[in-house]
Write a protein that binds this ligand. Structure first.
Ligand SMILES: Nc1ncnc2c1ncn2[C@@H]1O[C@H](COP(=O)(O)OP(=O)(O)O)[C@@H](O)[C@H]1O
Ligand SMILES: [Mg+2]
Length: 316
């Protein structure tokens, strides 16, 4: 199951991604964390004492090889140049199992603290936007489109705060999206934007309050967010101590409880391969028309394989 953490910069996306991934890993569940943020801080958050150095190469540095690997022998994708971030898998494509013994996982996954991690690499504003052929987040989108994960397996993605996720199909690649919101007007305004996009596409979205310091904060969130407010984390001395590089004791009970609620929410989702694939195709056709047909000089709609059956069937 794929989980995205989104929200305003500074709201706590990286912190919550790390806490959630770590809790999953410690419970023994298979989990992969992905740093998809502009500023890459997830490795630090997962390994606050900096015990290990994170050395795996960023996905964006190997985008060409990743495309070649994933297109496999799919006859509809003639070359890596013809493969864009939205190109959906078809017959002949390489479909991946979570943390499988394959070229992509082997090259890009290393442990940060208790958690296997992949990073996209630092990017700047010029990397963002629909027309970007080399979009760094494209590697994450392609990875998720070609991943066949199942219940009890988790991918946790720390997402960028910007609107780039909407320009591509990336925001449709998840089984659950958690919007992290501080109890402030700015925090909830990002929620409204995201909610409207999510509704349009039927994307499951829940709000997680963060840095809550008292009853007033909680009332504000409840009033602004209503039933979309799933749970909240309180301001955490443990997080502060971890940020100083010296985590002290254990995460507070209230916050551990909130992480459990997140997990139960994800576990209650039923994987919907048909919708995932339909969205992939829809966004691919959109990108093809908007810029990619012109950029590649090809009719990229022809990459869609109408006979492809997404999900576990595609592994055989
Ligand atoms: N529940 C919390 N309690 C205390 N500090 C927090 C909490 N959540 C986040 N922080 C702190 O807030 C700052 C921003 O969090 P971060 O996760 O980096 O935000 P984002 O990834 O959304 O930009 C960091 O200094 C982080 O340690
Ligand atoms: Mg961050």
């Amino acid at each position: 199951m794929r989980v995205a953490f989104v929200g305003k910069g500074g709201s706590g996306k990286t912190t919550l991604s790390a806490l959630f991934a770590r809790a999953l890993a410690r419970s023994g569940a298979p989990v992969l964390a992905i740093d998809g943020d502009i500023n890459q801080h997830l490795a630090e958050a997962l390994d606050p004492t900096g015990a290990q150095e994170f050395t795996a190469p960023p996905l964006a540095e190997h985008l060409g090889e990743i495309k070649d690997f994933l297109r496999g022998s799919n006859p509809r994708i003639a070359s890596r140049e013809a493969m864009i971030k939205t190109t959906p898998p078809g017959r002949g494509s390489r479909l991946l199992r979570l943390l499988g013994d394959d070229e992509l996982h082997t090259r890009h996954v290393r442990r940060a603290g208790d958690v296997p991690l992949m990073v996209t690499g630092e990017f700047d504003e010029s990397d963002l936007g629909v027309a970007c052929y080399h979009s760094k987040l494209g590697a994450v989108e392609l990875y998720l489109s070609h991943l066949v994960d199942g219940p009890g397996e988790y991918v946790v993605v720390d997402m960028t705060a910007g609107a780039d996720a909407f320009a591509s199909g990336l925001f449709t690649r998840f089984d659950m999206t958690f919007l992290v919101a501080e109890p402030t007007r700015k925090g909830v305004s990002v929620y409204r934007q995201y909610r409207d996009h999510a509704r349009e596409f039927g994307i499951p979205l829940a709000v997680v309050g963060n840095k809550v310091t008292g009853e007033e904060d909680l009332l504000f969130l409840k009033e602004q967010v209503g039933d979309d407010l799933l749970t909240h984390l309180v301001h955490s001395p443990w997080v502060r101590s971890a940020e100083r590089g010296r985590p002290q004791g254990e995460l507070e009970d209230t916050n551990r409880h909130a992480l459990n609620v997140l997990r139960e929410t994800v576990d209650a989702r039923v994987k919907d391969w048909t919708t995932l694939h339909r969205h992939a195709v829809e966004f691919h056709l959109r990108n093809a028309r908007a810029w990619a047909d012109a950029a590649t000089g090809q009719d990229l709609a022809a990459q869609v394989d109408p006979e492809f059956v997404p999900g576990p069937a595609s592994l055989t």
